[in-house]
Write a protein that binds this ligand. Sequence first.
Ligand SMILES: CC(C)(COP(=O)(O)OP(=O)(O)OC[C@H]1O[C@@H](n2cnc3c(N)ncnc32)[C@H](O)[C@@H]1OP(=O)(O)O)[C@@H](O)C(=O)NCCC(=O)NCCS
Length: 133
Amino acid sequence: MFALRNDLAGIDWAAVKADLRRDGFDNGRTPDELYRSFAASAHTSVAWIGDRVVGTARLLADGICNAYLVDVWTAVGYRRRGIASAMVTDLLGRVPGHHVALFTEHAEALYRGLGFEVEEVGMSMVVGRWLNR
Ligand SMILES: CC(C)(COP(=O)(O)OP(=O)(O)OC[C@H]1O[C@@H](n2cnc3c(N)ncnc32)[C@H](O)[C@@H]1OP(=O)(O)O)[C@@H](O)C(=O)NCCC(=O)NCCS
């Protein structure tokens, strides 16, 4: 069984990056950039089995009305056990009253199952170059 934690203590970010890369979900952040992006988030939910991180999710949120869900990932080998659902549900419970947005390419069923609905238009841009490099 997995356990959820909301702190970042004890996370081996190099190991997380290696697992993300293995799973094809590494977006180029160094281990330190991974840490800093999670640390700068309003809320984080991390799934552990023993001393291993098997899932991550984080919310950018203003504490008033708007939040954005990112970095939802469950390690291959631990999927379809409810880990992502538990992390996202945990995060949603921390932002009552907020409108929570996300982009997804492959996980629509996950979010629909949690109550998300597709909105008409999503728009985004990268300011300059991704990760400034
Ligand atoms: C998408 C992802 C986070 C799901 O993680 P997970 O821990 O396996 O999700 P859950 O076990 O909570 O799944 C809950 C429900 O979502 C749906 N779902 C999850 N993965 C699915 C898949 N690959 N295909 C179809 N439905 C899926 C199912 O309805 C599932 O319920 P069920 O297992 O009872 O049928 C995981 O597959 C992943 O990390 N993928 C790569 C990264 C990614 O795409 N992240 C989303 C970015 S927005």
